[in-house]
Design a protein around this ligand. Sequence first.
Ligand code: CU1
Ligand code: CU1
Length: 278
Amino acid sequence: MTVRKNQANLTQDEKNRFTSAVLALKSSGRYDAFVSTHSDFIMSDTDQGERVGHRSPSFLPWHRRFLIEFETALQSVDPSVALPYWDWTVDREPTSSLWAPDFLGGTGREEDRQVMDGPFGATKGAWPITGGIDERDFLRRSLGGGLPLPARQEVDVALAVDIYDVAPWNSASRGGFRNTLEGWRAFRGTGIHNRVHTWIGGNMSTGASPNDPAFWLHHAFIDKLWAQWQQLHPASEYLPGSATPNVVSLHDTMRPWNDVTPADMLDHTRFYTYDSPA
Ligand code: CU1
Ligand code: CU1
């Protein structure tokens, strides 16, 4: 069984195995397919028409499925690998070990935000970006350039929300757990999940955010928070439970897979577990 661990507790061997498997997917072309899947869904996830991956109740089950696909791909390279998660309420600095050269590498240099160190840095030449939002073909970051990372107290406020989501089921939804976590109702639309993207900056601030491998560690933690919320509110179900125009309800299939519904994604322990409940 796959156990996802806090990245801060990984051994050097576990870090190396993770980054090596990511690089192997990159060199085989499989990685960039994940990036384009995500970009396609950002483009279609406006507040008009059907929303699937973002700004919608299915934000959480869509990304859960997306992460499972990626983790399965990693495991086809190295069966010992699981997605690590990054608890940004604890590891909050650009100097945190996550950003060391022996793991994800650090922030970008001043002139063009190009990441220069670590396995994905320019000097290694192993991380050409082909599916970005423009022609820049290198990984960019600007760690800590915007608002601070979400604090534990903000996360606890989100976890205390008793209802999964509320109408109009999009970025304007007030009060549900999903949008409190996704973050569109907050100051300038940079609540919890969105703020982490902007704190990293560079590729992570774009629709092609999986171009930065930090994407997976961020979203693994978002997924873990959803699992924690489910435990805290066992009587609170995924909403909407029945057909709603332009919204993925409990038993609707999700693009692009078309063989999975939010209901299928509710119990993550069918696929993996986390190393700690909170
Ligand atoms: Cu996303
Ligand atoms: Cu995200």
